[in-house]
Design a protein around this ligand. Structure first.
Ligand code: ZN
Ligand code: ZN
Length: 320
């Protein structure tokens, strides 16, 4: 077991969490100024923010949820010839966890092309998850031709506006955002949703832990490729007074973590196919890995939180 602070001394290693070598992981940390301590254990990347991970993982009463992302059901290409099979493996992996998660959140790009058949399929597949509740936020692939109508018809019950909502479980306040419907180049929340966030948290005490889900990152991961949200700063300004804020996103199909002020951001990997690391290549197009290497780039994320702790423990696991 080794712990390294991103931006620290690089070392040679063949560990490939999420398809990223440890050297690359460190280099990315250095580029983006991350301050999250990442531990690589047998191919898992575990983020210890404040060292809460071990305690929360052992506590049967701790809040526990899983993040899945970017299943792209309906994708056909050499980068993954069987996205349905990969997503099935991810679901089986969730169902095989030591403890049943309180809920599972899918952070978008459920489908590849928003067809009715793809929505039916992914909806049915997620019905197989052994969990208390399944939540989703949409990706831009879930609204390719209809501003998210089919998405909301399938998954939008109980949501507001274009599909945003919030909920509370075990003392943690969760906010699920839609930043994929008014895309210019970057993700966008819009005035209505910003007002929703402001009102939504107005009555909460500042020590309430906040977790925000969105498809596109709420931090500037790589704006050149649209990996950021143009009005995220406004959204995060409403969360500035909270002592613990964690933002979990998809879209970039690779692991990345960083902390800015009171907010820690964790980009998740995918169950479908990897994308290049920021700036490595002309565009974020599906990467075809050498035979046998795909599973290492795909994965699921387990998150635990123990009441009274400051931080969430985030554990990224490769697809089994
Ligand atoms: Zn995606
Ligand atoms: Zn996306």
């Amino acid at each position: 077991m080794t712990a390294r602070r991103p931006g620290g001394e690089p070392e040679d290693s063949q560990d490939r969490p999420g398809g990223m070598s440890r050297r690359q992981l460190l280099r990315h940390g250095a580029w983006f100024g991350g301050a999250v301590v990442l531990t690589v254990v047998g191919g898992e990347v575990i983020s210890h923010v404040g060292g809460a991970a071990a305690a929360a993982a052992d506590d049967p009463n701790a809040l526990r949820f899983v993040q899945l992302s970017d299943s792209h059901i309906g994708f056909h290409g050499p980068a993954n010839l069987d996205v349905t099979g990969s997503f099935t493996r991810a679901i089986n992996q969730v169902n095989g966890l030591d403890r049943r998660p309180d809920f599972v959140m899918h952070t978008g790009d459920l489908t590849h092309l928003s067809t009715p058949a793809q929505f039916d399929q992914v909806h049915q597949m997620m019905g197989e998850l052994h969990t208390g509740k399944v939540f989703v936020v949409p990706g831009e692939h879930d609204s390719v031709d209809d501003h998210g109508e089919k998405y909301r018809a399938t998954f939008g019950a109980g949501t507001r506006g274009d599909g945003w909502y919030s909920f509370d479980i075990k003392g943690v306040h969760f906010i699920a955002l839609v930043n994929t419907l008014a895309l210019e180049k970057l993700g966008h929340l819009g005035v209505d949703q910003l007002e929703f966030i402001e009102r939504d948290v107005a009555g909460l005490s500042s020590d309430t832990p906040i977790v925000v889900f969105s498809h596109i990152p709420l931090f500037a991961m790589y704006p050149t490729w649209g990996w950021g949200t143009d009005d995220a700063t406004q959204a995060l300004s409403y969360l500035r007074r909270f002592s613990s804020v964690t933002c979990l996103n998809g879209h970039v199909h690779q692991l990345f973590s960083k902390t800015e002020g009171n907010v820690t951001f964790h980009s998740a990997t995918t169950t479908a196919y990897p994308l290049p690391h920021p700036g490595q290549g002309p565009a974020p197009i599906p990467l075809t890995l050498p035979a046998g290497a795909l599973g290492d780039a795909l994965g699921i994320r387990e998150v635990t939180y123990e009441t009274g702790q400051h931080d969430l423990a985030v554990r990224d696991r490769k697809l089994a």
